[in-house]
Design a protein around this ligand. Structure first.
Ligand SMILES: NC(=O)c1ccc[n+]([C@@H]2O[C@H](COP(=O)([O-])OP(=O)(O)OC[C@H]3O[C@@H](n4cnc5c(N)ncnc54)[C@H](O)[C@@H]3O)[C@@H](O)[C@H]2O)c1
Length: 355
């Protein structure tokens, strides 16, 4: 039986649908039979998975717009009348947030409020799933995985803007309750996402892909940094469970959920690179280690996902090695034959979800 039957035929609006995760979301939701609508700025990279995999063809409607513009958002909600919203649109890069802190807060914090307000004003909307990040926690360098009730914080503007979005979401839930509007807002806090089709700046795997295809040295910021690496399909699985829960009427007001890797030895950037390079290329690659950014990014960051595992029965199926293998496959394919990326994307989705 196809999983997520409740989402079949349902109108779902995805913000940030032209991005890396958004494009995977469009294909996945389309493949399980949802009616997908998108609202986003144009694809943030070139090349872009959205274009290479012709993701526009999965959509009922495709709106190019800015979430900092409430009128454009509300017009899109009026046209598409979604029952569910998956809010992914964001400025998601830590280094970019240092270059443009105000723009990052506008998009990530004010933009999230604009999405919630447009949803509130649309009677058909049954609930929203907002994607923040594992970086929302106040990280004092504790070497323990964070749980959902830990205090929020975030030193860099990206993390702080997402933590601020969570504060806004929490108070918006109170507004909805006071108004008698039943519209749960679930929040997913995920770790560093890997998977084919990401060409963002300043991310380790896209940087590696560029270094391999150009033959130039790879610059690595923090070789020792430990992150909860996750395959994009593992996270999307979590997001779908939350959408499904809302569609079934099982969500109350909504709450936060950590989605991190299975409990096994966390791996560092250096270890991730080792696994990736052994599967990807036989050509030796020059690696330049730049320690200078260390104070800007936390060295150790892990989250505890026990709550999602026990209450949502969520579990990631592809772990470190398998997740990197599938990711390397996508990049190798798209380096040689970009048209194959759509085929591989659909095949990975079918395989992961046993469609
Ligand atoms: N990639 C990761 O490792 C990671 C980890 C944790 C959380 N996240 C979160 O997941 C979500 C998706 O991340 P991604 O890696 O796919 O990012 P991405 O940069 O690939 O995609 C972001 C999308 O948002 C859109 N966007 C940006 N600003 C916008 C605006 N003002 N109005 C409308 N659309 C706008 C872009 O056009 C794009 O479609 C983000 O909320 C991000 O913070 C990502």
């Amino acid at each position: 039986m196809t999983p997520f039957q409740t989402l079949r035929g349902i109108d779902i609006l995805v913000t940030g649908h032209t991005g890396f995760t958004g494009t995977w979301a469009c294909h996945l939701l389309h493949m399980i039979g949802a009616r997908v609508h998108g609202f986003s700025l144009p694809p943030p990279t070139s090349p872009a998975m959205f274009d290479l995999t012709q993701a526009q063809e999965t959509l009922q409607s495709h709106t190019i717009g800015d979430i900092t513009d409430p009128d454009a958002l509300q017009a899109c909600f009026r046209r598409s009348r979604p029952r569910l919203v998956l809010h992914l649109a964001a400025q998601p890069l830590v280094l970019q947030s240092y270059r443009d802190p105000v723009g990052t807060f506008l998009t990530n914090t004010q933009g999230t409020l604009n999405v919630l307000e447009a949803a509130r004003l649309t009677p058909e909307v049954q609930g929203v799933v907002c994607i923040t990040t594992d970086k929302v926690y106040a990280n004092g360098g504790e070497r323990r995985p964070f749980i959902e009730t830990d205090p929020l914080g975030g030193k860099d503007p990206y993390s702080a803007s997402k933590a601020a979005a969570e504060m806004a979401i929490a108070s918006f839930r109170e507004v909805l309750t006071a108004q008698g509007r039943n519209m749960p807002i679930e929040v997913a806090r995920g770790g560093n996402i890997i998977g084919g089709g990401d060409w963002a700046e300043d991310r380790i795997i896209p940087d590696l892909a560029r270094a391999i295809s150009s033959g130039s040295p790879l610059t690595v910021r923090n070789m020792d940094a430990v992150r909860p690496w996750q395959h994009v399909l593992a996270l999307l699985h979590g997001y779908l469970i939350l959408l499904d829960r809302i569609a079934r009427g099982e969500s109350q007001k909504g709450e936060a959920w950590n989605f991190g890797p299975a409990d096994q030895t966390p791996i560092s950037v250096g270890q991730l690179l080792e696994i990736l390079m052994s599967q990807w290329t036989s050509v030796p690659l020059q690696v330049q280690h730049v320690q200078i950014q260390l104070q800007r990014e936390e060295k150790y960051l892990l989250i505890n996902s026990e709550k999602a595992r026990t209450i949502l029965s969520w579990q990631p199926f592809w772990f470190n090695v398998r997740a990197t293998l599938e990711t390397a496959n996508c990049y190798k394919t798209s380096n040689t034959d970009k048209s194959e990326l759509l085929f591989l994307t659909q095949r990975q989705i079918q395989y992961y979800f046993k469609l």
